[in-house]
Design a protein. Sequence first.
Length: 321
Amino acid sequence: MAINANDLEQFRAKSGGKFRLSDHETDWLPPRAKGMKKAEMKAFATELLSENLADLAELQDRLYASDTHSLLLVFQAMDAAGKDGTIKHVMSGINPQGCQVFSFKTPSKEELDHDFLWRTTKSLPERGRIGIFNRSYYEEVLVVRVHPGFLDAQHIPGLKVGPTLWKQRYESINDFEQHLTRNGTVVLKFFLNVSHEEQRQRFLDRIDDPTKNWKFSSADLSESMKWDEYMKAYQECIRATSTDAAPWWVIPADRKFVARSLVSGIVRQSLEDLKLEYPVMPPDEQARLADSRDQLVAAMEAQGQSIRPTKAAKAHAKGAN
């Protein structure tokens, strides 16, 4: 029942500089969900996500065991688009020992004294692990582009704010992500594409619900007033940095269950494409394992301990039949 690969592919921003944000819906629904009542929709959403999460748990285990690749998930969006909730729900089935989440807010003085990629570079996932960036180095061509005054604190020599600066930063980002992929990191970038109307409604929900007041800041509203500037910045950024090596996925986010299902489906599909397998032990190590097994069985029998069939033994017996 999961959203199939063909459905997912439509959300990938193709490389080549022809991307237009207006071509992407914010309120997309899977064809099978159209016309459903609210209760049916909720059940459908739960099933979609649970299927993906079950597969992700197994795929993460293989990722960790193989120790050949890492996975970097980058989330960017306007306020109230659902980044935190998407990360929480999509990663709910993942072993927390193999996953790290980093949120990047206003840079510190130490971070400002380095190049704009430094503070995120030191948080990259090692092989076998999943790293999640809640906002990222892309803030430097999004928020900073809308607020170029932030550049003053970076003390960049000979700085000239204009198209050349942003082009250079896009080039630095593309080179950086190409380097990561060459060294085994799968980079998936998600833009949660919420409509301005839905954002305003979610702001109202946060203001009217005392348990959500902490999520709202007057600065959120100020940034919302710059909506057109941000949409232009996002469009140009995605157009310049969606590559075959590190694609952008433009996720319709007006319905939270859709965003969560799509993101989990894309992560699952990307891990499946790696065709990861559990490591196969060399013959000499397998021989030592066999000796160890014989010793364990002998010790258990000597103590009169009953030996339960292992899962692997049951699976082998079932396959033989």
